[in-house]
Design a protein around this ligand. Structure first.
Ligand SMILES: *Cc1c(COP(=O)(O)O)cnc(C)c1O
Length: 338
């Protein structure tokens, strides 16, 4: 298919295609025969600022910011936001200043959460951080910063939490095409491509990429780690339509096209369940791979729950997208004490 993405400005941050690997030791730990083949796409191996899924979005967000002549990049998130940390790193690489408006929306206040992990890295990367209480309206504060900078003759680009604007989602629409090309090289086709769903942009982008390539949108599914199920589904659907609108494509996305699981969420965003912690340990000890306790660990716990419940069988092939978030392990050190 013709590449629908070339007309959108892009600041390259990734070095080529991220690898796909099979997790045979994890499969054996789950029981071997009768267990589906489980693969991971290593979007944690994206070289800048510790890596993670937000860099794919930031390629298009920074592309748009630079094309608009901006000198500052502003975004919002929770205190331990991976998106904030990667925005800071990407802004450095692109020669822009970076401001982060971070809210205390996660009910944790221990030393590790307040100072380690992404908080440490935001500071190292030189970002200006504005901290708000849980109830703070981060996006309006970000917009006030735009005005204040404008009064000084500066120009800022703003994107909300997770970088999940339609422009940011182009990064994952593009990734859908990358995955289908890798499938051809590997000589296989995944039955299910699985991602964590936080601000919904990763799922929505992949879904839009599938629809734009005339592939099956239901091949992508997510487990919500943030919003309640109904809200996550509605947001994913709206966002995927907005991405397709950017292409100028006349595509429909129906409710049935948006497959989201609600079982992994537990008590809420940033609160790891027991299954999350167990899954992070299992994957570390079977594969030497590090998932994070807020996104990847939770979504993988959801996937393994479905595998154990027999939803997938021996002939199936699953692709779990590893989205990064390693600094979260350090911020959640107390959650791993046994
Ligand atoms: C942001 C994030 C996600 C979720 O991506 P969304 O596009 O916000 O749904 C998953 N994993 C990690 C590590 C993240 O930082």
């Amino acid at each position: 298919m013709p590449d629908p993405f070339v007309r959108f400005p892009r600041r390259t941050l990734l070095e080529g295609v991220t690898p796909i690997q099979r997790l045979t030791r994890l499969e054996q730990a789950l029981g071997g025969r009768g267990v589906p083949a489980i693969f991971v796409k290593r979007d944690d191996l994206t070289g800048l600022g510790g890596g993670g899924n937000k860099l794919r979005k930031l390629e298009y967000l920074l592309g748009a910011a630079l094309a608009a002549g901006c000198d500052t990049f502003i975004t919002t998130g929770a205190r331990q936001s991976n998106h904030a940390r990667l925005s800071a790193a990407a802004a450095v690489r692109a020669g822009l200043a970076c401001e982060l408006v971070l809210t205390d929306r996660v009910p944790r206040d221990d030393e590790a959460y307040r100072r380690n992990g992404n908080v440490l890295l935001d500071d190292l990367l030189g970002a200006t951080v504005h901290r708000l209480p849980a109830t703070g309206d981060a996006l309006s504060v970000a917009k006030q910063r735009v005005q204040a900078l404008q009064a000084q003759g500066r120009q800022a680009y703003v994107v909300g939490a997770g970088g999940s604007s339609p422009t940011g989602c182009l990064g994952y629409a593009n990734c859908a095409v990358e995955i289908t090309r890798q499938e051809v090289e590997l000589g296989l086709r995944f039955d299910q491509i699985v991602v964590p769903n936080g601000s919904s942009g990763t799922h929505a982008g992949l879904l839009a990429g599938m629809v734009a390539s005339d592939d099956d949108p239901c091949r992508v599914c997510s487990y919500t780690v943030l919003a309640p199920l109904a809200e996550a589904r509605a947001d994913t659907r709206t966002l995927s339509r907005e991405v397709l609108d950017l292409f100028g494509a006349d595509h429909r996305v129906t409710d049935d096209d948006v497959v989201v699981g609600g079982d992994a969420l537990g008590e809420g965003y940033g609160i790891p369940t027991k299954a999350t912690i167990d899954t992070v340990r299992l994957v570390a000890r079977t594969e030497g791979l590090l998932l994070d306790p807020v996104y990847g660990g939770k979504a993988m716990a959801g996937l393994l729950g479905d595998v154990r419940a027999g939803r997938w069988s021996g002939g199936h092939k699953l692709l779990f997208v590893m989205t990064g978030g390693l600094p979260g392990l350090f911020a959640y050190e107390p959650a791993f004490r046994t």
